[in-house]
Write a protein that binds this ligand. Structure first.
Ligand SMILES: Cc1cc2nc3c(=O)[nH]c(=O)nc-3n(C[C@H](O)[C@H](O)[C@H](O)COP(=O)(O)OP(=O)(O)OC[C@H]3O[C@@H](n4cnc5c(N)ncnc54)[C@H](O)[C@@H]3O)c2cc1C
Length: 408
């Protein structure tokens, strides 16, 4: 049953889809925003550990993995960071917070705030929102897109009734379906399948901003430990907090590492577990201390850390401390080789590399394969670092696609 024609239909009510809707509806254009989830912005709700790190003071092309960096540089310069922030504060009415490290948040530090602001704006501009409807196919006929929608189950709902199918028509379509990260909150490859149906190619997709599984037999000794460390990967120094479990490393350092290795397996990496203090200073400090290794070290270091390093060096924790043993201990502490690091999969990854190449899109994120079809956000071959960069790119692509859709 065909029951409505829209100027623009946006598939995916996540970050880029919500932003695109705000611009596509300009001048009263008939706009619909469709999502398979039961509410809009589900992934935004989980961002920044519930605080929504929505952008960063320092945005550069180096903060992204993308095969076409020159095109990305151009796109990042079309919509300025301040244009986005002004839209949030002036049009969405949101107060913002700029932290010293450059990260930008809603002033409330609550991810529900931007969702509330978007919903209010879209309601005021009469954008229709369909939830619990999954777009299964889009076909272009006579300059109109025929969009098939399948009803989804609400959370907790049992499959008792027949799932309904609807068709709507639209003059323009914006694919804002996101990527495969966090499937439990809507992440999927749906968008890539829809893009492929219009002839788009998809560059190799890999999880980034993810913890690592580590093959190290005694790692369980560090289970639950959290400390600030620095790592060297291909001559690049990465610093931040690292969290250990019996088989994984996670936390900001691991997320950054997964970005710099572009989601690839790492054979070996050197980690300094006490980057704040130089090696000689630590050795000198322990020189005049007496007692067993465990007692001497545990008076200054975390017990789990001491046990772990002693275990690796083969030193008996209960034997009397010797300078030679301390040298070996500190050497390991400052230059620990972790082996066999494999990035955890999309279940735990906050973003991805790969996707639809920028060369298949114009500067308004319109497809060069199909006129009036747009692609935004994580569907594109552009994966950002942790720190607000992924949402920043989602806003940019949403603004440009939405604006162009309204003018076409
Ligand atoms: C836990 C977590 C924390 C994060 N924290 C941050 C952060 O603090 N800062 C930052 O910059 N980035 C963060 N990110 C990344 C950021 O959330 C994403 O890059 C961003 O949301 C991508 O926007 P998008 O519009 O491309 O896709 P999404 O926001 O994922 O939206 C896509 C939407 O499309 C819908 N959809 C998909 N297929 C269909 C279909 N067939 N039919 C209908 N609807 C469909 C999905 O349900 C979803 O709602 C985080 C990600 C995760 C998982």
């Amino acid at each position: 049953m065909i029951y409505r024609i829209y100027d623009t239909a946006i598939v995916g009510a996540g970050a880029s889809g919500l932003m695109a809707a705000c611009f596509a509806c300009e001048g009263g254009l008939k706009t619909v925003l469709i999502d398979k989830n039961h509410k809009v912005g589900r992934k935004i709700l989980s961002t920044g550990a519930g605080k929504c790190n929505l952008s960063n003071e320092n945005i550069s092309v180096d903060d992204y993995l993308c095969a076409e960096k020159d095109r990305l540089r151009e796109l990042l310069s079309i919509v300025k960071k301040d244009d986005i922030l002004n839209f949030f504060s002036e049009d969405l009415g949101m107060m913002l917070l700029r932290e010293n490290d450059g990260k930008i948040y809603p002033f409330s530090k609550k991810s529900e705030t931007p969702i509330f602001a978007f919903e209010k704006y879209l309601k005021k501009h009469s954008v229709e929102i369909f939830t619990l409807l999954k777009v299964s196919s889009i076909i272009n006929k006579n300059d109109l897109f025929e969009i098939e929608l399948n009803q989804c189950l609400a959370p907790g709902e049992k499959e008792t009734k027949l799932q309904k199918t609807f068709t709507i028509l639209a003059r323009k379509v914006i694919l804002a379906c996101g990527g495969p990260s966090y499937p439990r909150i809507g992440g999927s490859q749906d968008g890539f399948a829809l893009a492929k149906s219009f002839g788009h190619s998809i560059r190799n997709i890999k999880p980034i901003l993810t913890p690592f599984n580590v093959k190290m037999p005694n790692l369980s000794l560090l289970d639950g430990l959290r400390l600030t460390a620095s790592a060297f990967y291909k001559q690049k120094k990465i610093e931040g907090e690292i969290l250990f479990s019996s088989s994984t490393i996670s936390g900001p350092l691991a997320l950054d590492l997964s970005f710099f290795c572009a989601g690839e397996y790492i054979d070996e990496i050197s980690i300094d577990l006490i980057p704040e203090i130089e090696k000689e200073k630590i050795i000198n400090f322990f020189k005049n201390k007496h007692g067993s290794y465990f007692d001497v070290l545990s008076a200054s270091l975390d017990k789990k850390l001491s046990k772990f390093i002693l275990d690796l060096t083969g030193i008996n924790p209960q034997s009397e401390k010797k300078d030679e043993g301390i040298h070996k201990f500190v050497e390991k502490l400052k230059n620990l080789k972790f082996k066999g690091l494999s990035p955890c999969g999309f279940d735990a990854a906050m973003a991805k590399t790969g996707g639809v190449p920028l060369s298949e899109l114009d500067n308004n994120f319109m497809s060069l394969k199909k006129k009036n079809l747009f692609l935004t956000g994580e569907m594109i071959d552009c994966g950002g670092r942790s720190g607000g960069y992924n949402l920043h790119f989602a806003w940019i692509s949403g603004i440009l696609a939405g604006k162009k859709a309204a003018k076409t």
